[in-house]
Design a protein around this ligand. Structure first.
Ligand code: PMT
Length: 403
């Protein structure tokens, strides 16, 4: 990454995650960027302006009535100067103000005036993030082309656990780099990704499923989209919003996924199967809700095998096509993943030990080993987006080698 001479305006609003923005400024400066920080009055309660002034080596603007020290702290000048405008952390308050066009302090005024791409890194309590008003405001901003990163989930400063953690500074830096130095190395390629969990119905109110949230598949979809690919996502049940700018095919069961894959795999150059698919489905799907049987303490339900979709896709593999699968394992990780690589005729498998802290289902990070026929690459704990970029790098390398 190289940000030499790039002009970045960073808005810091009042949340405990403001301390992480100090590391963000350091990293951006280290990469050569010129960083101008605007803090809201509340932000200065969490971290002092002097911290950001020292780290950015620029004056920090804290409110509209401050006398400009240099020409370039005047708000319209900063709005014009910005090549990218980041707000991290972005509280529910600044998000709401931006959605309504309110300009009542230096930050809200400057961001309203800027023509630069705006990247928000929301951070707040889970209840505030999931509130209908915040979600509606975020949707409005996204529709206007405002970019967002995160929030991630985990333990929050308020003691709650859930969505609302600000993305890590390193991931925000990568997003900034992606905006300023867009890589379009997947331009012209069609990439199909499966994401989320299948659901196998037993009756109208019950089903068999797993913990997949769709985060890994969507991180791949977003990364491929940003790198210029035409992306199709076949998407089972997920707990996170579907990314913008990708074609989405919704499915429920493994049989639905099989049909969608068979219909769509024929014209794709790269196929990545991150969905968690049920190996079995109920032999009978009941039309009515199953009743408890009086006196029966043990219930036996019959399951039948689902098609192995990755294997079926492998059997239809076109020349030049790259097929990638995931292996979610709880034991003998590499051995089991290698067997799946061969059995499903894959070019690469992402071996995922889902027992490890910070890896696997329904978390924002992952740990994996990328296995090809040529060798293995260990990927340490990192965000799913960062792992997605590495998987796509490898996919492109394999695709180019086939040409
Ligand atoms: O969605 P997240 O919460 O972010 O979680 C991510 C994840 C843990 C789901 C993901 O990283 C992952 O490991 N996905 C694969 C889950 C899985 O089904 O693994 P498996 O080892 O059972 O299957 C191996 C491969 O065959 C997978 O590519 C799977 O999509 C595919 N498969 C499995 C069964 C089946 N009947 N048909 C298939 O195509």
């Amino acid at each position: 990454m190289n940000l030499t001479g790039r002009e970045i305006v960073l808005g810091v609003t009042g949340g405990i995650a403001a301390y992480k923005s100090a590391a963000l400024v350091s990293r951006l400066r280290h990469l050569g960027a010129n960083v101008h920080v605007i803090m809201t009055r509340n932000a200065t309660e969490f971290v002092s302006a002097l911290t950001f002034q020292t780290l950015s080596a620029n004056p920090v603007v804290t409110d509209t009535f401050q006398a400009p020290e240099y020409w370039n702290v005047e708000h319209v000048a900063l709005a014009k100067l910005a090549e990218v405008f980041v707000i991290a952390p972005a509280t529910a308050n600044i998000i709401a103000k931006m959605a309504c066009g309110i300009a009542d302090d230096m930050l809200s005024t400057t961001v309203l005036a800027t023509k630069a791409p705006v990247l928000l890194a929301p951070a707040m309590n889970t209840g505030m993030w999931t509130a209908a008003a915040t979600q509606e405001n975020i949707r409005k901003l996204k529709d206007r082309g405002i970019l967002t990163i995160g929030p991630g989930s985990g333990m929050l400063a308020c003691g709650d656990s859930g969505d609302g953690r600000m993305s890590e500074p390193e991931d925000i830096v990568k997003a900034v780099d992606g905006i300023l130095n867009p890589r379009k190395d997947l331009q012209g390629l069609r990439v199909l990704i499966t994401a989320g969990a299948t659901r196998e119905r037993l009756d109208p109110v019950r089903f068999l499923t797993n913990d997949s949230s769709g985060k890994m598949g969507f991180a791949l979809a977003e990364a491929a989209r940003d790198r210029g690919a035409e992306v199709t996502v076949i998407c089972g049940n997920v707990s996170v919003p579907v990314p913008d700018g990708v074609r989405t095919i919704r499915i429920e069961s493994a049989m639905d996924l099989y049909e969608a894959m068979m219909q769509n795999c024929g014209d794709q150059q790269i196929i990545i199967q991150a969905a968690a698919v049920a190996d079995y489905r109920f032999k009978e799907i009941r039309k009515e809700k199953m009743k408890k049987q009086a006196g029966e303490t043990c219930l036996t339900l019959e399951l039948v095998e689902n098609p192995d979709i990755a294997k079926a896709t492998g059997e239809r593999k076109l020349s030049g096509q790259i097929l990638i699968g995931f292996a979610a394992e709880t034991e003998h990780l590499l051995e089991n993943a290698e067997k799946k690589l061969a059995k499903k005729n894959l070019d690469m498998i992402v071996a995922n030990d889902v027992t490890r802290e910070g890896a696997g289902f329904n978390v924002d990070t992952n740990i994996a080993t990328l296995i090809t026929r040529e060798g293995q690459t260990e990927m340490p704990l990192q965000s799913k987006r960062s792992l997605a970029e590495a998987i796509l790098d490898k996919a492109l390398e394999l695709y180019s080698a086939e040409d």
